[in-house]
Design a protein around this ligand. Sequence first.
Ligand SMILES: Nc1ncnc2c1ncn2[C@@H]1O[C@H](COP(=O)(O)OP(=O)(O)OP(=O)(O)O)[C@@H](O)[C@H]1O
Ligand SMILES: NC(=O)c1ccc[n+]([C@@H]2O[C@H](COP(=O)(O)O)[C@@H](O)[C@H]2O)c1
Length: 394
Amino acid sequence: MELLHNKRRLSSPSSAVADLALASPSSSSSSIPSSSTSLSSPRSVSVSLVNQQIQNHSHSHNHNHNHNYTHTHNKIHNHPPNLTTMGGIAADVFASSPPRPTNLPTGTPTPPPEPMSEPYHGYSFPHNRLKRRLTHPNKTPLVLVSCGSFSPPTSLHMSMFSVAESYAERTGFELVGSYMSPCSDTYGKSSLVPAHHRINMCRLAIEQTNSNAMIDDWETLRRDEAGRPVYTRTADVLKRLDEQLNDVLGGIQTLDGTFVRARVMLLIGADLALTMSDPKVWAPADIDVLLGYYGAFIVERPALCATQDAIQPLKKYHGNIMVVPSFQNDVSSTKARAQIRNGEVAQDLPRSVYDYIKLHHLYGSAPPKDRHVDKNGKPDLEMVSPRLPVASHR
Ligand SMILES: Nc1ncnc2c1ncn2[C@@H]1O[C@H](COP(=O)(O)OP(=O)(O)OP(=O)(O)O)[C@@H](O)[C@H]1O
Ligand SMILES: NC(=O)c1ccc[n+]([C@@H]2O[C@H](COP(=O)(O)O)[C@@H](O)[C@H]2O)c1
């Protein structure tokens, strides 16, 4: 498929900066809408950070949530978020977020021409690891969605879920599901290996790290009328996941038996957040949807950018942003690919992912000398590196 223009890079070497008028011209989901109505402007408050002063949120605004979050499904009632605070961590994300509209926002960009839930051969929405019932009272069910290239998935991609989960659960949330949504092959990044390899590697990474994340390969399967893969913007990915979880599956059951909508939020690194204030990379209407309506957990990535630089331009959305502290690291897919090309062992990859790369000669890797494969030629999952931190909620 012809890309309409090249990927544009910001200063950050591995930030996501594909300029996204790049996929099929025939798909309206593939181009940045030129204009749209904005969502109601969120109140501007400080971004949640660890050690921020504990705030007590007794929730006079819960009425808004109740009113605005009624579900078409009869069983669903909004469960008002009760922002508990524990361990000295503030939980102001809901307290400060705008009332959520009943339906998806009018500012939502032009939807794709085909139904967003169009079934593809062999595809079904994954929910096997979705926790369908809350285990704690007064918590808001949270689903985190990590959209990325995952070319290849690194140990940091996997631990992002667990650090965000630990952070979220000290707030008013209970994590009920985590999704990895690999982007389509049409995303303009030359480093992408074909989607089936990226999906296989994500699967291996999940197994190896004992993660509860699910892979939603819908982005990689979407096709236009001519059968060509199309790019899906991240705002549309979240809208569809929201529909699947809350409208199709019916939401999450609370301890008192009622059903509430899960809060869907984006999980990204600070380098990607840095690109979000660039309208050539993200349509402002999409940012309204992603940060104004859904919200994001932004994991610090100090090796690539200063967190402040990333979030300061997004200050009108701060009530919907949680900044998750991370440790100093230079882990990236770019670094892993360079190591593989140079014949070095890529330490930051789950071992099974590394073996898969060698087995399939991806990223210019030489054939493996020391194959850790079973008798069927599949990577031997026993040959694994030490386990990474894992999500603990199931
Ligand atoms: N070490 C890290 N710390 C924080 N966030 C990360 C880290 N690695 C990846 N991410 C985030 O994970 C998401 C998906 O990233 P992606 O698959 O593009 O990996 P990447 O390492 O940034 O890739 P590349 O190096 O190929 O540009 C992005 O939001 C990115 O910011
Ligand atoms: N306008 C958009 O929807 C937009 C812009 C840039 C990146 N992204 C997404 O961000 C994710 C990460 O991208 P990178 O691999 O470039 O870091 C990908 O899933 C990509 O599709 C979306």
